[in-house]
Design a binder for this molecule. Structure first.
Ligand code: ZN
Length: 127
């Protein structure tokens, strides 16, 4: 797995927009990185929103990109990882973003596979 040092603010915005659009269901997707920066949502077909168990299938799905973790939303004001989340993080490795209401640039947190909070530099890339 490549070394990750930053996350793109545009990606955060995208995740929050998507989270808003499926609210009150949970949004989830996998994340890919380029040059050490987590920068893209990867939507895999067959994703079932609102079912945490679909996470695992999502992760197992074949993907031809640099999947480095997952992102999902909580339809409340808590971006703490739940017990179910922690189980999944442990099984998956990588970085896991959780965003919550009001789905803005301050409402997300990033965790490692141990469920510990991780701070990455937030960058803005011009595409
Ligand atoms: Zn969760």
């Amino acid at each position: 797995m490549m070394r990750i040092h930053a996350i793109d603010i545009d990606l955060i915005d995208d995740i929050n927009e998507s989270a808003k659009s499926v609210y009150p269901d949970e949004f989830l997707c996998t994340l890919s990185a380029e040059d050490g920066v987590i920068c893209e949502m990867v939507m895999l077909p067959g994703t079932v929103y609102g079912d945490e168990h679909s996470f695992l299938n999502l992760w197992m799905a074949p993907a031809n990109c640099n999947i480095v973790g997952t992102a999902h939303s909580h339809p409340d004001y808590c971006n703490m990882a739940s017990d179910a989340d922690l189980d999944l993080f442990r099984n998956m490795g990588g970085f896991h973003l959780i965003t919550c209401m009001p789905f803005d640039r301050t409402s997300w947190k990033l965790y490692n596979s141990l469920g510990e909070e991780v701070e990455l530099e937030v960058v803005s890339q011009v595409m």
